[in-house]
Design a binder for this molecule. Structure first.
Ligand SMILES: *Cc1c(COP(=O)(O)O)cnc(C)c1O
Ligand SMILES: [Zn+2]
Length: 431
């Protein structure tokens, strides 16, 4: 009994399911699973390495059945994530399994003939894709015995951390740029956590958080996207899993993914590669396209210039959730776009607003500005011949339009204001 207690306080009760180590994406150095994110040898980013128990050992069909029998949230993919098998029984927001919407009207409008789906992640508990990544980071924090959840956020992450912390029983304190949209600030503060606005850009906020981790203050803190970043990133793989499962266990031809730090895009690619390796989908070529706002387009600029390095920029765009001027995963995004034959493209703020409205009026989906960036880029890719309209495409809407009402409010009005009479309605010319 006493021995067991000591063992669990030392962390040996930690359970990461099929995950066996962290490995460096640059030099391959392996380290034990821990709240660390950079390689001690080369400073490269660490990512979760697995030993999967089926699939590559020969039985994809039973793994598919196991997944299909799981809960209607990301935990159906627990066998592919750094979480214990009984994760679904722990208090968590249980995000995921959002709708994959067949977007025929939008496809027609854009001239896409090969099929178009919108993966609508606005349906998550705090209305953005960030609930996926936070859910995995929470389990890691639990495993490491950390007591405060935190993050540097462009808005959506702060809300996702606040809600998840309440549910899972952590204290939380998050850091945001001081000038975020009102909707994002409210969504972060309403859960009762400490929200700290920092006078600076997201990149300043992120630097500050790195300093805090090194300070005794931050000792028992889990920063979802900093010291827990390897686990956090794995949450994005579930988008790849869900899209393929919802298509009937097959790969689409094209994926359009918005880029802030680039984590989501790189982990979706990782998820697709795992599905292929495990035999859960048949291997075929797919193209990954990244979407940025022109006012914060360091990755798209590097892609177009043929550069391997991403030069940091100072963001200036209405797409604040994507406003990371120095994206950590930028170089990996370039690799993936080039390797798969995709591209990275950007659109300006007017095109973002136009695309939000286009998606709303064709598919009944109201996206936040990041979704406007994604759909705007999809439109531009078709118009410029960079995307084959005869191929099957999936675009990801990562957030809810109610969070960024300010972006569309100035150009979105009632059709008429009338007196409550039939005559007045007739006069308005809408009958
Ligand atoms: C965070 C975020 C993204 C993408 O973030 P990455 O840092 O590239 O993983 C996309 N859309 C929305 C709405 C977000 O909040
Ligand atoms: Zn390394």
């Amino acid at each position: 009994m006493a021995v067991e207690t000591v063992a669990s306080t030392l962390g040996t009760s930690a359970d990461f399911g099929p995950a066996v180590a962290l490995s460096c994406r640059e030099c391959g150095e392996r380290v034990p699973l821990g709240p660390v994110f950079a390689c001690e040898v080369c400073f490269g980013p660490l990512e979760v390495a697995y030993e999967f128990s089926s699939g590559d050992t020969g039985d994809p069909e039973s793994l598919r059945k196991q997944i299909e029998a799981g809960p209607n949230n990301i935990w159906r993919y627990a066998p592919l994530l750094p979480v214990p098998a009984d994760v679904a029984s722990k208090p968590n927001l249980n995000p995921g399994f959002t709708k994959l919407v067949k977007a025929d009207r939008l496809a027609r409008e854009l001239g896409i003939t090969g099929g178009l789906h919108i993966k609508d992640d606005s349906g998550n508990p705090t209305h953005s894709f960030k609930d996926r990544v936070v859910a995995i980071a929470v389990e890691a924090a639990r495993n490491f015995g950390l007591t405060t959840l935190s993050c540097s956020s462009t808005g959506n992450l702060a809300g996702a951390v606040g809600a998840a912390a309440v549910r899972a029983g952590f204290r939380s304190c998050v850091f945001i740029p001081h000038d975020l949209e009102a909707g994002k600030v409210v969504m972060a503060a309403v859960y009762g956590q400490d929200v700290v606005g920092i006078e600076g850009t997201y990149d300043d906020v992120n630097r500050f958080c790195s300093e805090l981790i090194g300070d005794p203050i931050g000792e028992s803190w889990g920063f979802t996207n900093v010291n827990l970043r390897p686990y956090y990133g794995e949450g994005s793989k579930t988008l790849a899993y869900e899209i393929c499962e919802q298509l009937g266990w097959r790969l689409p031809d094209n994926l359009i993914i918005p880029i802030a730090s680039g984590s989501q895009l790189t982990k979706i690619d990782k998820g697709l590669q795992e599905l292929i390796k495990l035999g859960l989908v048949e291997e075929k070529p797919y193209r990954i396209y990244g979407a940025q706002a022109e006012g914060c387009s360091p990755v798209s600029t590097a892609f177009k210039a043929g550069h391997d390095v991403v030069r940091p920029v100072k963001p200036n765009t209405i797409a604040k959730s994507l406003a990371i001027g120095n994206p950590a995963d930028g170089p990996y995004v370039l690799d993936i776009a080039r390797r798969t034959g995709g591209a990275v493209e950007d659109v300006n703020d007017d095109q973002v607003i136009g695309a939000i409205k286009l998606l709303a009026r064709t598919e009944g989906i109201f996206a936040e500005t990041a979704g406007g960036v994604t759909i705007g880029v999809l439109k531009k890719l078709v118009e410029t011949g960079q995307l084959d309209p005869a191929a099957e495409t999936v675009a990801i809407n990562t957030g809810d339009g109610l969070k960024t009402l300010d972006a569309v409010a100035p150009t979105t009005h009632p059709s008429a204001i009338i007196r409550p009479t039939l005559d007045s309605f007739r006069e308005a010319g809408l009958a």
